[in-house]
Unconditional design. Structure first.
Length: 581
């Protein structure tokens, strides 16, 4: 049984800096302004407050806030980003939460006893991009607040950055609409893309987990991911994942017509799944259903959910699509749980978690020797060993990755994920043509596969066509706006080689906000700052690179790097030489 965590305990209100914090209602307030926090964000804030002034490691925060559950490092990064937005804080000039490179975070604002109730809100806002806007300091501000001159400079800087981001976002969306589709036509995908754009969009939001069983978080994540995958197999529907991106205008056609959300509740023996389908445009609920089954009936619940949703939407499903939906990756619940643990560990992108993921995939295979996606997971772990330089024999690791990926494809040639992993392995082998062929197959099986669009866009940059990759990357971001740092890194890389350093910097900084330990993002931001003549910022990035990899050598890093365009490769190598890497 899972113990009571920090989200379920009662906490007294307290004052952090200029904010009144009321944990029991997950709100913070200042003056007439009230902000609602997600429960995890409040838990992180309270844990930092308990250790005010001390460095709290990422591992300690992950253990305290996500007890006995493996989550990707990006989960904590996203919570820190949301807290900074709520508090009006800045990663560059922190007044509340300071990041300590390669260690963790510490709360630097003053803490005191609450002396006033939470105000009746004139504005009760959720965390949106508007929360980035600077706020005036109130009376009794914390002692760590900067001077008025510094505050004015910071406001001017933030306003400039905000204006730049808005301008570039609008320009990027316009470019996505106007971009020539010759590249997609060559790949034989322009028909699918046009058809997909005309289809109604269903957005599958992450299901919430409630209950004492620590497995519930994994199961809830798996249910929402599998629902998105199954529904993506239907050609009459376009499927996106995650929350609606707030930065797009309401008139954007990427707004989801339908939104599916739900929750998973259980005690280890029984499993209750609640699902809700709403018409976001009409603003009404279309369907809701509750499933109360034995925990072992999870896959039957997923099947019933898919069929019920398709019936409500009156989507035409072909016989071939029906067959693909019915063929689940595994019917072994224990193997499925081990696989989900492997997926969560793999997201962290660290050497230790890569090893943990490999162990979980092998456990899944021992329970179900025909589990194709577990073999694909092993292939991806070996490919990452090669890509990140973790393997003692990189070539051997890459060879194993190829064999495992081929085995996965032979077992299940009808699922997109096995073809995507083959594409990823071929990218590391610099077989970009073969990689594109596998990704095209993946997109024919799942036209809403965001990662396939993203990897195709990355390949376009590798081979010297960064402009062609941008539209694909923006499609990926629209289908999966919560993908984390990777998509922003790929966009920043493309804009760097296009010579658009301003756009490159915006995207690379977004990548690092989501994952401060992304070495490749630091490398490209170094090159971008050098191109902009920002030598001080470039040297700061050099320091960050050395902190992440004390023995970093640009030549060694570039040797296996799959950038095959000679001019682009020399441009990046030259920039790194100029800053002493």
């Amino acid at each position: 049984m899972l113990g009571v965590d920090s989200e379920s305990r009662s906490h007294a209100a307290l004052r952090i800096g200029e904010w009144l914090v009321v944990p029991d209602v997950n709100r913070i307030g200042r003056g007439s302004e009230v902000v609602r926090l997600e429960p995890k964000a409040m838990s992180v804030l309270l844990h930092l407050a308990q250790r005010r002034g001390a460095v709290v490691t990422r591992e300690e925060l992950l253990t305290a806030v996500w007890p006995r559950v493996i989550v990707g490092d990006n989960a904590l990064t996203q919570v820190i980003i949301k807290l900074r937005r709520a508090l009006g804080d800045s990663a560059h000039e922190p007044r509340y939460i300071e990041a300590i490179s390669k260690k963790g975070y510490r709360l630097i604002a003053s803490i005191g006893q609450a002396v006033a109730p939470l105000p009746v809100p004139e504005t009760d806002r959720r965390l949106t991009p508007a929360a980035f806007a600077p706020r005036p300091a109130s009376a009794g501000s914390v002692s760590t607040a900067p001077s008025p001159d510094r505050m004015h400079a910071r406001r001017r800087w933030l306003m400039s950055v905000t204006l730049l981001v808005v301008t570039l976002t609008v320009a990027g969306l316009f470019e996505w609409r106007q971009h020539d589709t010759a590249r997609l036509r060559e790949a034989g995908l322009v028909g699918e893309m046009s058809a997909v754009d005309a289809l109604p969009m269903l957005r599958v939001e992450s299901f919430e987990a409630t209950g004492p069983d620590p497995r519930l978080t994994l199961i809830a994540r798996g249910v929402s991911a599998d629902l998105a995958t199954d529904l993506s197999k239907v050609s009459g529907l376009r499927v996106a994942t995650g929350a609606e991106p707030p930065s797009l205008p309401a008139a954007e056609t990427t707004r989801a017509r339908y939104v599916l959300s739900g929750s998973v509740i259980g005690d280890g023996e029984r499993l209750r799944v609640y699902a809700y389908l709403v018409d976001a445009i009409a603003g009404r609920e279309l369907w809701s259903q509750r499933f109360d089954r034995d925990a072992s009936d999870l896959f039957a619940v997923q099947d019933d959910l898919v069929h019920s949703i398709l019936a409500v939407l009156s989507v035409k499903v072909t016989d071939a699509e029906t067959l693909r939906i019915a063929q689940r990756d595994t019917r072994n619940l224990r193997a499925y749980e081990q696989f989900l643990r492997g997926q969560a560990a793999l997201l962290v992108r660290s050497r230790s978690q890569n090893e943990a993921a490999r162990a979980e995939y092998w456990r899944a295979i021992r329970l179900d020797p025909a589990f194709a996606r577990a073999y694909a997971g092993l292939a991806l772990a070996d490919a990452l060993d090669y890509q990140m330089g973790w393997a003692s024999d990189g070539r051997a690791a890459l060879g194993r990755a190829l064999e495992l990926a081929r085995s996965a494809e032979q077992m299940r040639p009808d699922i997109a994920e096995t073809h995507w992993v083959l594409g990823f392995v071929d990218v590391q082998r610099r077989e970009h043509g073969e990689a594109l062929r596998h990704l095209d197959t993946a997109l024919r099986l799942n036209p809403s596969y965001a990662d396939a669009y993203a990897l195709k866009g990355g390949i376009d940059t590798y081979v010297g066509r960064p402009r062609d990759g941008i539209s694909l990357l923006r499609t990926a971001m629209r289908l999966n706006p919560q993908a984390g740092s990777l998509y922003f890194l790929l966009l920043g890389r493309a804009y760097y080689f296009l010579g658009d350093s301003a756009q490159a910097r915006v995207n690379l900084e977004q990548a690092l906000l989501r994952n401060p330990e992304n070495l490749e993002a630091h490398i490209y931001l170094t090159a971008v700052d050098r191109a902009l003549g920002m030598d001080g910022a470039a040297q700061w990035e050099v320091t960050e690179i050395r902190a992440l990899d004390p023995g970093f050598d640009a030549g060694r890093w570039l040797a296996p790097y799959p950038l095959t365009d000679a001019r682009q490769r020399e441009r990046l190598a030259s920039a790194l030489r100029e800053v002493g890497l």
